[in-house]
Design a protein around this ligand. Structure first.
Ligand SMILES: Nc1ncnc2c1ncn2[C@@H]1O[C@H](COP(=O)(O)OP(=O)(O)OP(=O)(O)O)[C@@H](O)[C@H]1O
Length: 257
């Protein structure tokens, strides 16, 4: 189980969502979502397939518009931002997606350089190299600097994907299924890395996962989406201390073979 994280600042909500609703035609995916992400916190979002976790992430990052409710990210109401303001906000959010989508024709270094060249045009080559060194060291892959993505294992690619996300020093990290498709030992390494990123880069994170071992290792707090609302929240033990069959089924799926 994760130790108590002393770096969470509960007075400071980096994400605040109230009464969020989103439907596609008749299908109400998010019915009434309230959510806080506190500064320095790792928040795990659990939920069965199709419950709207990705829709939630897309609304937070302004890729989808909510039908109703308030979504405030880093002090800004996402639904009220111009495209330019949204782009600026997105630079403060790091996305780590399931297929870390590295450019296959570029070396690891070139992959990491790409966001810097694009978004920090006035940075010197020396500063770029320094930042690349910092993030590669943080993910434990300094030796992979000149390798091609095809020469890396799935776990290493995941690490480089996280390094590329960190390179612009985001305040918020969004991890979508960070351990999907990885073997159990590599999962443990990625869980450690998620906690290390939180500690070292002082990020606040939302981690979407079905993997309860991951949830227990990285989550300071967990929330579970059930029928379009967050009906359970707390520590791992608190979330699963219930007779609700839907929650029990989720637990049993993970821990009983
Ligand atoms: N752009 C869209 N248009 C129509 N329906 C959509 C759209 N995006 C998502 N949905 C529907 O919303 C529901 C929730 O989708 P979402 O991708 O958020 O699920 P999820 O909880 O992330 O699932 P998974 O764990 O499988 O990724 C699904 O039924 C999906 O078909």
């Amino acid at each position: 189980m994760k130790k108590i994280n002393p770096n969470i600042i509960r007075e400071n909500k980096v994400i605040e969502i109230r009464g969020l609703q989103k439907a596609f035609d008749e299908f109400e995916v998010l019915k009434n979502v309230d959510l806080n992400l506190y500064q320095g916190e790792n928040l795990v979002v659990l939920g069965r397939s199709g419950t709207g976790k990705s829709v939630l992430i897309k609304i937070i990052s302004g890729l989808l518009r909510a039908d109703a409710g308030m979504v405030n990210v880093l002090g800004q109401e996402v639904g009220h931002l111009s495209p330019k303001q949204l782009d600026a906000l997105r630079l403060k959010i790091g996305f780590s997606f399931q297929n870390s989508a590295l450019y296959d024709s570029m070396t690891v270094k070139e992959n990491l350089e790409f966001p810097l060249v694009r978004h920090s045009k006035h940075m010197t080559q020396r500063d770029r190299t320094r930042i690349i060194d910092v993030v590669l060291e943080a993910v434990g892959l300094t030796k992979a600097m000149h390798q091609m993505p095809s020469e890396l294992s799935g776990g290493q690619r995941k690490r480089i994907g996280i390094a590329r996300t960190l390179i612009l020093r985001p305040e918020i990290m969004l991890y979508d299924e960070p351990t999907a498709g990885l073997d159990p030992i590599t999962c443990i390494e990625i869980n450690k890395l998620i906690n290390e990123v939180q500690r070292r880069f002082n990020t606040s994170s939302i981690i979407i996962t079905h993997d309860l071992t991951c949830a227990r290792a990285v989550g300071d707090r967990l929330v579970m989406l059930l029928d379009g609302e967050f009906k359970r929240q707390g520590t791992f033990e608190e979330v699963f201390a219930t007779d609700d069959e839907r929650v029990k089924a989720f637990y049993n799926y993970n821990f009983i073979d």
